[in-house]
Design a protein around this ligand. Structure first.
Ligand SMILES: Nc1ncnc2c1ncn2[C@@H]1O[C@H](COP(=O)(O)OP(=O)(O)O)[C@@H](O)[C@H]1O
Ligand SMILES: [Mg+2]
Length: 371
């Protein structure tokens, strides 16, 4: 699915604005504070129903206003589509797809997939494993939407078992634990198999992409499961071994909720030993590699939103990134203060959107702001 335009009303610094997206690379440029990142966020918000920068929707509401609204126009081989997200504090978010109300845009398989690079997302590389697990599971869900159920199944079984562990440690019988252990083991094996397969597809592409954008030092990505079980029986045996200590702690300490996804650079964890520049390239390579793999499974690459990615790349790496985006195809949006930072490149379709002081300067009149 191709995104044609984004229109916003009272979103961040924009009162009313609209911008077209090109079919290839769209360069969003303007001075610092002009509203580039805000517009990128609006695209994400309109496609998914949530912000990529904040968990608090109130933050996106323009100061002093009562309601924010984002509309995305898109098209696929079946025709044109429209997604709209409206937010009023104190009310449930209103989301529609082609005019019909939807509970969660995020779960729709017909929406455009979006991937986003923000400088603050370096947390994904540097932060706790939980962030990487959540990211890995989103990537699994993008590859195979039906398998998102495996992650939910595991989370439910885990919550039930933890509740039971507490009760058993307070004197309840252990008998009922066996049934939940079976459930947990089956769910754990399914989830680990999904993650394993997804990372197996990603690993060679990650090394390739990371090299192409200039991260030397043999970069690699490795799935690191906590459990080494490959069958439910093996997982049950691992649980049995730990039962006594888990009863004492009152929670399950073993299983895929303790997995990690490890980025390796020059033989060491990028998370701990990489420079900020190397970590940025690692994050960029991760997102670009996932996008390339997703394109193989889902026909087209996701829309990728790249915020301020050029400022810390040297000239050769900027060029390499634009070439790679051109080769991989699909849509990309890059924000930059300096138009020159996105070099023209043969075969790469490029569109330009200029923003200044909360205004899109070159929006065609035919796409207006939402009412
Ligand atoms: N909820 C909001 N309402 C109004 N203005 C906002 C809101 N959130 C951020 N801003 C303003 O948006 C501007 C920054 O926009 P941003 O998109 O981050 O700029 P840049 O072009 O540098 O990426 C700042 O002036 C900031 O005060
Ligand atoms: Mg910005």
């Amino acid at each position: 699915m191709r995104v044609l335009s984004v229109s916003v009303r009272d979103f961040r610094c924009y009162e009313a604005a609209a911008a077209p997206l090109g079919g290839g690379l769209t360069v969003l440029h303007g001075p610092n504070g002009a509203g580039k990142t805000n517009l990128l966020e609006a695209i994400y918000f309109g496609c998914t129903g949530r912000s990529c920068r904040t968990v608090n929707d109130r933050d996106v509401l323009r100061f002093g206003q009562r309601a924010a609204r984002v509309v995305i126009a898109a098209e696929d081989e079946l025709g044109s589509h429209e997604m709209a997200v409206g937010f009023t504090p104190g009310e449930p978010k209103r989301m529609t797809y082609d005019g019909a109300s939807v509970e969660r845009l995020l779960d729709l398989t017909t929406r455009p997939l979006v991937s986003v690079f923000l400088p603050e997302r370096l947390d994904l590389i540097r932060g706790a494993p939980g962030l990487r697990r959540a990211h890995l599971d989103q990537y699994v869900a993008a590859l195979w939407p039906a398998r998102a159920a495996n992650r939910r199944g595991y989370a439910q079984a885990l919550a039930q078992r933890n509740a039971l562990l507490v009760r058993v440690s307070q004197g309840a019988t252990r008998a009922s634990l066996a049934a939940w252990d079976q459930e947990l083991a089956a769910a754990a094996i399914a989830l680990m198999a999904d993650r394993e397969r997804a990372v197996a597809a990603l690993a060679p592409v990650f090394s390739d992409v990371a090299g192409a954008i200039g991260l030397d030092g043999n970069p690699q990505i490795v799935y690191r499961p906590r459990s080494h079980a490959t069958t439910a029986e093996q997982f049950l045996a691992e649980l049995r071994e730990r039962l006594q200590s888990e009863l004492e702690r009152g929670f399950t300490d073993h299983g895929p909720h303790r997995d990690d996804l490890v980025l390796v650079h020059a033989g060491r964890q990028l998370r701990t030993y990489g420079s900020q520049g190397q970590q940025r390239l690692g994050l960029l390579a991760l997102l670009l590699a996932e996008r390339r793999v997703i394109a193989q499974y889902r026909d087209a690459p996701p829309l990728i939103l790249l915020d301020d990615v050029m400022s810390e790349l040297d000239r050769d790496r900027r060029r390499a990134l634009v070439e790679l985006l051109g080769r991989d195809g699909g849509q990309a949006v890059i924000t930059t203060t300096d138009r020159e930072h996105v070099p023209p490149c043969e075969g790469v379709e490029m569109a330009t959107v200029a923003v200044a002081a909360g205004t899109v300067l070159n929006a065609p009149a035919k796409i207006g702001a939402p009412r």
